[in-house]
Design a binder for this molecule. Structure first.
Ligand code: RB5
Length: 142
């Protein structure tokens, strides 16, 4: 799959480590930065990832910041984006099955790299259940 990834300085370390893992799993990754631990503003990286998914250039987006909230809130300003904040694999399963999330948001300062890898794998391998959840997702837009 084509995956867009990005995050701020707090997410940089995990992003750098997740990219080769994603590639090893056979995905094509577009990295929208940031590319160091120098302090930056998370919307500058969340918007490009959200746009890539919204335009259909990438199937899924992965965003990482300190809490996962700044990037998720920013991405969710995009009409076609459903970004879900995940702190364990069970939540990753549910944001796919129930919310049809197309962007995964993770809090680098509150989960281990191993957990981030497990969350990412679960998110990418879980399908939307549709049915009653499709009705609910259909009511999300303003
Ligand atoms: C950066 O210090 C931090 O505020 C950011 O990574 C994120 O947690 C914001 O939501």
């Amino acid at each position: 799959m084509k995956i867009a990834i990005g995050g701020d300085h707090a997410g940089f370390g995990y992003k750098r480590k997740l990219i080769p893992i994603l590639e090893k799993w056979g995905h094509t990754v577009t990295d929208f930065g940031t590319n160091s631990e120098d302090s930056v503003d998370y919307p500058d990286f969340a918007h490009p990832v959200a746009s890539a998914v919204e335009k259909g250039d990438c199937e899924f987006g992965i965003l990482i910041c300190g809490t996962g909230n700044g990037v998720a809130i920013t991405a969710n300003k995009h009409e076609k984006i459903r970004a879900g904040l995940c702190w364990n694999a069970e939540v990753a399963t549910l944001i796919r099955q129930h919310n049809d999330a197309n962007v995964l948001s993770m809090p680098a300062r509150f989960i281990s790299l191993e957990e981030a890898e497990k969350i990412t794998q679960t998110f990418l391998n879980t399908a939307f259940e549709g049915g009653r959840h499709a009705r609910r997702v259909g009511k999300m837009s303003c």
